[in-house]
Design a protein around this ligand. Structure first.
Ligand code: ATP
Length: 367
């Protein structure tokens, strides 16, 4: 049997060369991206990178200056929003305040003249599906934010959309509700097989929910990959700095696929740049070892206990600040001022050509 809210089937979504400017502000600068049927794709990036504009173009609320949007290979760029087979969930719930939960969910069906008995039965099924079987008679002001967002999700699924669009759906909720609704949305999306495009500025949310994450920067696609791939093998300096914490250390390519960095020589992972010798070496804090030693070459600047690990910032002459996550049980001697030895894990490292400042996300953008 088909699940209560089965999607007709998840559609394949394609953005081709999307451009959209608002006056002098270029929101989308030639965006190319494909979302596979049934996939959950997160659009992630700093404020103003064009995430919401891309979603609004897909929904049909915004029209591109150039480029196309395809749904299962069909060009829908000129199709009005209400004929696009898309369900949308917004950050602000956007329920009709004067309608009950049931009537909110049934609204689209009423517009399409589905008979009352059928639409009420279906609204009940959908409310059941989002875990609110007894809330049909409640009005939005009688429900919590998390409950309102569940109703909004049920409403978005009511017409069996081929694509579900989620615009920062969890941002207005408190941390605990956010976590449970994350899992809930993912579970529903997987069981229904609906294609989903999810806008967020929260990297943890993107990495934990998505099949693939598209990192946008200044209206363009920086990298699109599965979460682990994005974390382990960032394609650009921007992605490296935007996802998690990354040491970007000066290195010198030494031939034979190795790089000299912080007094060590490490194998390079992936393509070795040929046009340059000076590179940035990308190393995660968990791959840096720090040990107290009286004649160590570095000095601890700060050590913050984070639970399982202690995050240590150490100053290394000629290199700069190195960030290390040290298992807390090994970090007892690592007080500020302590001399330490730095060891980089003997594993292949990513390198990128030394970046220009423009490719470096600001602290604020990466937060
Ligand atoms: P945020 O995370 O802050 O929501 P975003 O990545 O979703 O950012 P967009 O909302 O897509 O970014 O906006 C991209 C750029 O386009 C921004 O500089 C924004 O100010 C601008 N912009 C978006 N919509 C409009 C509009 N209707 N009029 C003018 N400028 C706009």
């Amino acid at each position: 049997a088909r699940p209560a809210a089965a999607a007709a089937s998840g559609a394949r979504v394609e953005f081709r060369g999307l451009r959209r400017a608002f006056g002098a502000t270029v929101a989308l600068d030639g965006l190319d991206l494909s979302v596979e049927p049934g996939e959950l794709m997160a659009l992630l990036g700093p404020s103003g990178c064009g995430k919401t504009t891309a979603l609004r173009v897909l929904a049909g609320f915004e029209h591109p200056d150039a480029g196309e949007v395809l749904l299962d290979g069909e060009d829908i760029t000129g199709v009005p929003a209400n004929r696009r087979d898309a369900g949308m969930v917004f950050q602000s719930y956007s329920l009709f305040p004067n309608l009950s939960a049931r009537d909110n969910v049934a609204f689209g069906m009423r517009v399409r003249r589905v008979p009352a008995a059928r639409r009420n039965a279906r609204a009940a099924e959908l409310l059941d599906l989002v875990g609110l079987p007894d809330h049909g008679d409640r009005f939005p002001h009688q429900m919590s934010g998390g409950q309102q967002q569940r109703v909004a999700l049920a409403r978005a699924l009511a017409l069996e959309p081929r694509v579900l669009l989620l615009d920062e759906p969890l941002s207005a909720l408190d941390a605990k509700v956010r976590l449970s609704l994350r899992e809930e949305i993912r579970r529903l999306q997987l069981s229904l097989g609906v294609t989903a495009v999810f806008v967020t500025h929260d990297q943890e949310e993107a990495l934990s929910m998505a099949d693939r994450v598209a990192v946008l920067n200044a209206g363009r696609l920086e990298q699109c990959a599965a979460p682990a791939e994005l974390y382990e093998r960032p394609a650009t300096a921007f992605v490296a700095s935007f996802i998690g914490t990354m040491n970007r250390l000066p290195g010198l390519l030494t031939g034979g696929g190795t790089v000299a960095v912080a007094g060590q020589r490490l194998p390079v992972d992936g393509d070795v740049p040929t046009a340059v010798r000076d590179v940035e070496v990308l190393i995660r804090p968990e791959n840096v070892a720090v040990a107290a030693e009286p004649d160590g070459e570095a000095v601890v600047a700060s050590a913050s206990f984070l639970g399982a690990v202690t995050r240590v910032h150490a100053e290394l002459a000629g290199v700069g600040t190195i960030t290390a996550d040290v298992p807390s049980r090994d970090a007892v001697d690592l007080a500020p001022g302590a001399r330490v030895r730095i060891g980089l894990a003997e594993r292949p490292v990513r390198v990128v050509p030394s970046a220009s400042p423009a490719e470096t996300p600001t602290e604020a953008a990466a937060a």
